[in-house]
Design a protein around this ligand. Sequence first.
Ligand SMILES: *Cc1c(COP(=O)(O)O)cnc(C)c1O
Length: 402
Amino acid sequence: MAKAVGIRRLPAGDVLELEPGQDPFAHDSIKHLAGRYGSPLFIIDAQRIRAQYRRLAAALPNVDLHYALKPLPHASVIQTLMAEGAYFDLATNGEVDLVQRLGVDAGRCIHTHPIKRDSDIRTALDYGVTRFVVDNPDELRKFVKFRKQASVLIRVSFRSPDAVCDLSKKFGCAPESVAGLLELATELHVKVDGLSFHVGSQSAGSGMHVHAINVCRELMRSAAASGQELTTLDIGGGFPVDYCQRSLTIEEFCAPIREALGLLDGAVRVIGEPGRYIAAPAAVAVSSVMGRAMRDGRWWYYLDDGLYGSYSGQMYDHAKYPIDALVAPGMTYPSVLAGPTCDSIDVIADNIDLPVLEMGDLVVGHVMGAYTWASASEFNFFPRATVLALDRGLLLTGRDPQ
Ligand SMILES: *Cc1c(COP(=O)(O)O)cnc(C)c1O
């Protein structure tokens, strides 16, 4: 039984913590890491980041993939993707600071927040990011004074009832409003490079992507007819992963998208903004049992991580993560897994079959890289999980202030 120990300080430089060929998510690796660094842990595997990026890039050839930092804004992820030749999608000053600190070429970044303060635009421009996103006349007018340096994409809204998170509810203009915005941009002398959309995160199928691409193709055609050449189409994120519920494989998901993109004018540059697909399978959350109680005939296990911590995505992102306990297989019983805070909603699973767990036993949440640690809080002063980023056995440290 692995006992949770007090958090050890991370070593000052990168150290070989596992065998280079050892999977950091294998049970013995997790037990080793928890034995050395305590619990809760959030373990990121650079090899999986790489594999996800390469698989999506192969499924969407000729699409420049901009990793959206939002789901997992960790330095190790950015450095791994930088080495792969990825581009980056930034939305806040904090994200700009992070990529700047890591030496990412600003020319490989776009700023995609549809609503910005003047200071946000200036911060990104000072770094060297010149392409932004707008979806309404007031936002477009903000670029009048930056029109010599900056250009914009117009974000179009396509509502997606079948996406787990519908990102077209809050942002984007109706397709019918694009022509008016293009006219206004011409009057204001603000350069519009093209169109963008985000149909929603964790899409069940790619039908909405295909529909959005087709509508944008028509909008680009009419714009060209009235003399405005739009040269970029940004197809956003939304690429799904398997949680407790399986999704399409990325190859199945992307095949119809590829076909729709094939109908675009060959001169159009297509870019994408994947976040979840790259980050989600590349991290696990490791917690340990701090206490237990038998209530109404069921074991309740209280973990040192929960809904206010790495499992925050269960609330905000509506995700259901595959969870297992690192104990010898045995008889299982319907049990409850709860987080550490004093709030009664802090329950991770209220009916999960588990063997009887002891104090210190480890519980692992899988596919937890996206929208988890990123949205964790320190409610009740329970600190966020310690992040361990591993690359082929090497523990990458000193990359990120935690
Ligand atoms: C969140 C977000 C993304 C990433 O979406 P995923 O569904 O995680 O791939 C991309 N672009 C924008 C503008 C976003 O807000």
